[in-house]
Design a protein around this ligand. Structure first.
Ligand code: NDP
Ligand code: OXD
Length: 306
């Protein structure tokens, strides 16, 4: 089996060593223009030239969960596109979202500001029942986040394309369920894939349907959120704040209003990082399964875009 590796912004050597150790009978090499055609590819943001030259690939393994950027390229039609399926990301995402929800709910920013000034002052405890959390996307990451928030006894709503069933979570689905889902939620978490159906989904209309003093957490893709609409609703007081990990342009450009907005917390696309050893183990296991003719999880439906 021949494997070619083409990941931008990634230190290639540890990946190549890891893949060789996990698949000792495979020939694993770093892609360079004109390289020998391979059976499998491991990629992150490859150039179009890569697929133009590697048109015979059986499968393409993306070292991230989101495939929106990959699907913009012209891919070999027969190649299966396989995304990372958790591989250590869901626990990180649960940590990040629970942290953001709890920091907001418990008013830790305000406590921090007080104690920095030497003030020992209490705020009235808030009711968990007044902070229903709505999670858009109940896939590998969204479901894990939902379960974690249920553990903290928040009311949790979930919204997905097809009907979902999760213990302790009020599930809504499809376009028909969207407005009811929004109306039932005060904190909104986006864990959708970026597709033509979900682009700009957090806009003035949808965000206005959230309960008053709502809070937005975007950990999916920047293009899910209409930046100006978020800013306008923060200004109007309908939104109480936002935690944003992903942006339309990354890195977030200097001078973008999100950097300094007092009600917005920015992190640099770090909520759930690709973990190398877990990812190599998962990818190697799937390559071996495909070689044996077995099905694997995480195969992207190109028509659906995720
Ligand atoms: P999954 O494919 O497992 O889950 C996607 C979920 O979104 C499913 O529940 C799906 O519904 C739902 N969905 C898709 N389209 C729609 C729609 N039109 N309407 C309603 N629901 C929809 O993805 P993951 O959980 O693994 O990852 C989600 C996203 O998180 C990734 O695509 C990526 O963009 C982002 N991500 C961000 C990271 C970061 O560090 N910030 C790290 C990793 C991922 P159904 O169940 O019906 O199919
Ligand atoms: C991913 C990401 O999609 O890192 O995995 O955003």
């Amino acid at each position: 089996m021949n494997i070619t590796f083409c990941c931008t912004d990634t230190a290639s050597e540890p990946w190549l060593l890891g893949l060789r150790a996990a698949l000792p009978h495979a020939d694993v090499s770093l892609w360079t223009p004109g390289a020998t055609p391979a059976d499998y590819a491991v990629v992150w943001a490859p150039p179009q030239q890569f697929f133009d030259e590697q048109a015979q690939l059986q499968a393409v393994f993306n070292i991230g969960a989101g495939v929106d950027a990959l699907l913009k390229l012209k891919l070999p039609p027969q190649a299966r596109i396989v995304r990372l399926d958790d591989a250590g990301m869901s626990v990180q995402m649960a940590e990040y979202v629970c942290h953001a929800v709890i920091r907001h709910f418990r008013e830790f920013d305000a406590y921090e500001a007080d104690t920095r000034q030497g003030k020992w002052s209490f705020r009235k405890p808030r009711e968990r029942a007044d902070f229903p959390v709505g999670i858009m996307g109940l896939g590998v990451l969204g479901a894990r986040v939902a379960r974690s928030l249920v553990q903290f006894e928040f009311p949790v709503n979930g919204w997905s394309r097809s009907p979902s069933f999760l213990d302790g979570v009020k599930c809504f689905s499809g376009a028909d369920g969207f407005n009811d889902f929004l109306a039932a939620s005060r904190v909104l978490v986006c864990l959708l894939p970026l597709t033509p159906d979900t682009r700009d989904i957090m806009n003035r209309d949808s965000l206005s349907r959230l309960q008053p003093c709502a809070y937005v957490i975007n950990v999916a893709r920047g293009a899910h959120l209409v930046d100006e609409d978020l800013l306008a609703l923060l200004e109007s007081g309908h939104l109480a704040g936002a935690t944003l990990d992903v942006f339309r342009t990354e890195p977030l450009p200097a001078g973008h209003p999100f950097w300094t907005h007092p009600m917005i917390t920015v992190t640099p696309h770090t909520s759930a990082r690709t973990l190398r050893s877990e990812s190599i183990a998962q990818i190697a296991g799937k390559m071996a399964a495909l070689q044996r003719g077995e099905p694997v999880a995480g195969v992207v439906d190109r028509g659906q875009g995720y």
